[in-house]
Structures are given as C-alpha cells and as structure tokens.
Design a protein around this ligand. Structure first.
Ligand code: SF4
Ligand code: SF4
Length: 231
C-alpha cells in the first residue's frame, strides 16, 4: 500500500497555469483509502477547479491506477473527454501518476505527494517505481520519476554519460533523462526542462513520527521483512 496526501491547491493551480481544460482521475485503491483520490476527493477537486475558472472535461475513478492495462481499458470509453482536455490531474500515488503518463499522450500533473512508509513498496508488473519522497516532481518530468528512472536520481537533467540511450551506471537500462526528454517532447512540454527544480528537502522522505505508531506501518514493515526472507 502507498500512502498519499493531497498537494496544496495553490501548487496544483500553479501546475495548471495555461491549461483551460482538465480531466481528473482518481484511484479506488491506495488513494481511496488515504482519502486523497477516491470519488469524494475527485468531486471536491472538480468543484475547486471549476471555481478557479477551469473546464473539467470529465472525471473518473479507476480501481488501481498502477495497472496500465486497466487504465487503458477504463479510459477508452472516455477518450473524447480525455483528448479534449489540455492535461490530466491525477489524484493518487507516484506510481499511479506514472502509469497514467505512460498510457495517455497528454501532460499529467500529480495532485498528491506520496509519503514515506519507510522505503518503496508494492508488487506490480509495470516498471514505474516511487521512492515515497513526499514531494512529487512528476509535473516537471512528463510523469516519469527522475528519482527512480535515473540511476543517480538527478532532478535537473541528464549527467551526460549516457551512450546510445543507455545509462552509464546501469547500461542494461535506458537513461531516465532521455526517457523524460522524449515524453516531454511527445506531449509538447519541452519548455518544462527550462524550469529549475530546487534542491530536494530529503527530510520529507523520512517517515513521519505519527506514522510509526499506526497499524499500517506495522503491516508494511512485516510485508517488507517477508519479502526480504523470500529474496
Ligand atoms: S517524485 Fe518520484 S519518488 Fe517522489 S512522490 Fe513522485 S513518483 Fe514518488
Ligand atoms: S546516464 Fe541517464 S539515467 Fe544514467 S545516471 Fe546519467 S542521467 Fe541518470
């Protein structure tokens, strides 16, 4: 399970500057249980965006946004509403936003920050991963996480060491920043590369003290130990 919290509305509004039409996506999995991306939160966000002068072309909540095939099949009947939008606002964890970004040829904006439960978790077939950094950057990177897609976790562009599109640290994998460049090009957002992403506040990636006494924390730690035992 990934835990998330909604970003401040001012930050979301900043991402949507220049976008008149937005499609909102929620997730009935972890985001629903975090109360950040279930149906009530999607409807509340619709009202906020309309109050801010945006046209919401459509909205839906999908069972698990981390499942790309499910995202594609559930969005197919809503294709006209999705394609009418300038961008998608996705209310879920970092994996869900990345999964939507991989399936829809539109800019995606994260409406939530994934907060730390002490590592990264989840077993799913996709390649998308989230380090639960507590300050999601996916708006700037075309919906590809620079902390997990780039071997060095660089946030402001490539190191220059890639060769034939492969990472200099791990030649078996594609350079994350080349993937980010291609995605931004595809959705017409290369201008985002000119924006400087300030140094990361890594303390946001530390588990919060109030989480340590929750049953969710205990459950996740138990799951992690069993995975290590299996490994
Ligand atoms: S930037 Fe990456 S690590 Fe941070 S919340 Fe987003 S997907 Fe997760
Ligand atoms: S080659 Fe690409 S993925 Fe590898 S460390 Fe450099 S920027 Fe990151």
């Amino acid at each position: 399970m990934l835990r998330s919290e909604q970003k401040p509305f001012e930050e979301i509004e900043g991402y949507l500057k220049g976008d008149k039409k937005v499609f909102i996506l929620g997730c009935d999995g972890c985001a629903q249980s975090s109360q950040t991306g279930g149906k009530p939160q999607v409807l509340a966000m619709k009202e906020l965006l309309e109050g801010a002068g945006k046209k919401v072309t459509g909205h839906t909540v999908i069972d698990f946004l981390c499942q790309k095939a499910l995202v594609a099949s559930r969005l197919r009947p809503l294709e006209a509403q999705v394609m009418e939008a300038d961008s998608l606002l996705v209310l879920t964890c970092g994996v869900g936003v990345q999964s939507v970004g991989a399936m829809v040829p539109k800019p995606v904006h994260p409406g939530c920050n994934t907060i730390s439960l002490g590592g990264s978790r989840g077993e799913w077939r996709g390649t998308e991963r989230c380090l639960e950094c507590g300050d999601c950057l996916l708006h700037y990177t075309g919906g590809i996480c620079p902390l997990t897609a780039c071997s060095k976790g660089l946030r402001n562009g490539a190191c220059g060491g890639a060769s034939d599109g492969k990472c200099e640290v791990s030649p078996e994998k594609s350079c994350g920043w080349e993937l980010i460049y291609e995605r931004l090009k595809e959705v017409g957002k290369l201008d985002l590369l000119k924006q400087f992403i300030p140094p990361k506040e890594w303390n946001k990636q530390r588990p919060r003290p109030e989480m340590l006494s929750t049953s969710l924390w205990a459950l996740e730690q138990r799951n992690e130990s069993s995975e290590e035992d299996r490994g």
